[in-house]
Design a protein around this ligand. Sequence first.
Ligand code: HEM
Length: 161
Amino acid sequence: MVSKSPIWFLFAAAMSTGLLLLLTSVRAATAPIQDPEGGAAEEQEATPMEVQMERVEDAMRTLRRSIRKPEARVDSLAHVQECQEGLLLSKELDPIMLPRVPEAEQAAFKRDFRLGMIEALEAYLELERALLEERDDDARELYKKASGLEDPAHERFTEDG
Ligand code: HEM
């Protein structure tokens, strides 16, 4: 019979090997890019600090609108509280870039980071005081002061800053 001839056997073996190689290369081409640590490069989980920082960012966005309206002072105070909580919980965490800072500079980096957080918290405490004392113009100025701290802090303490 034809199917029992060695030629047919060799042909079938070559075809299946080719098919296998083709499938492997298609799989490799469509697999997600892996980073050196083995995680998927595109989907990195937010760090605990990023979770808190997003909280601050969201509260600031709503605060920017409510702070223009004296009748929304209660809302503004709630947003300010949210910012303070996010910063307070961030203060004790280590920035993700810390291990990439030269070892001899790490202690100063951590101290400066904490001082930066204290400065931001102080700005939000002052802002809270202004709102409670119904000094709305001061509150608006203090909002600008607090939001102005973000960019310089990120330049110093984040890798893409
Ligand atoms: C005052 C308003 C602030 C806002 C609204 C804010 C917002 C954010 C947001 C949204 C992120 C997530 C990543 C990104 O989108 O860049 C982030 C990350 C980060 N922020 Fe802030 N931030 C503020 C202040 C600060 C301050 C004062 C510091 C340091 C003293 C700081 C240090 C960092 C660090 C280190 C990260 C990276 C997260 C990590 O290392 O795990 N931020 N911030």
